[in-house]
Design a protein around this ligand. Structure first.
Ligand code: ITT
Length: 198
């Protein structure tokens, strides 16, 4: 079975490839389908946006597609940046610009009020109109300064108290074992056989 990843985020692609390795499917990227342009993420929830991406790609390719919509929800910011995590500092903002904005906005928030979580909702869609969804969350704190150079996005600012490190200081294997995306994919993989069994 060929599964196309409905994402253009290189960090997600790496993680999803590793997390799907045991599933026995052939994973292909959107690079093989240059006719698929930008997919507008007009939803207001992770689930809505993940469904928009998964269905757009399943319809355009005729293949099973897998989308992830994810983000960082900060309690002191009433859940922001949330679904706007990729564009927090503006449309097409760099990870560095988003991280700078988060640090600035959080500058005067004390240690105890810096709780946050990464959330990932994954949706698999097949051209027959069937879908499978799963979700994961990872609790942490917004650090006062970036640390580590692994991962992507907000990883240098996401402090995992259990690990005593930021997400960017974890190895890819360590991050996948605890992350929101790792948890969502583990649930998806568990339900996959029944879903494909039809
Ligand atoms: P696609 O829509 O093409 O998948 P995207 O980056 O636009 O790529 P999202 O709309 O789901 O994807 O935004 C997710 C953003 O949330 C991402 O750009 C990061 O800023 C942040 N994020 C999600 N998961 C993360 C992780 O594991 N580590 C760090 N930041 C993460």
């Amino acid at each position: 079975l060929k599964v196309v990843l409905a994402t253009r985020n290189a960090g997600k692609i790496k993680e999803l490839n590793a997390l799907l390795a045991g599933l026995g499917v052939t994973v292909v990227g959107l690079g093989e389908f240059p006719e698929i342009g930008e997919i507008p993420e007009t939803g207001t929830t992770f689930l809505e946006n993940a469904r928009i991406k998964a269905w757009a790609v399943a319809k355009a390719t005729g293949l099973v597609s897998l989308a992830d919509d994810s983000g960082l929800c900060v309690d002191a910011l009433s859940g922001a940046p949330g679904v706007y995590s990729a564009r927090y500092a503006g449309e097409n903002a760099s990870d560095a610009a988003n991280n700078d904005k988060l640090l600035t906005v959080m500058a005067h928030v004390p240690e105890g009020d810096r709780t946050c979580r990464f959330v990932s909702v994954v949706v698999a869609a097949d051209p027959d109109g069937r879908e499978l969804t799963a979700e994961g969350a990872w609790e942490g704190r917004v650090a006062f300064a970036p640390a580590g150079d692994g991962g992507f996005g907000y990883d240098p600012l996401f402090f995992d108290a259990l690990a005593g490190k930021t997400a960017a200081e974890l190895t890819p294997t360590e991050k996948n074992a605890r992350s929101h995306r790792g948890q969502a994919l583990a649930k998806l993989v568990e339900k996959w056989g029944d879903w494909r069994g039809k």
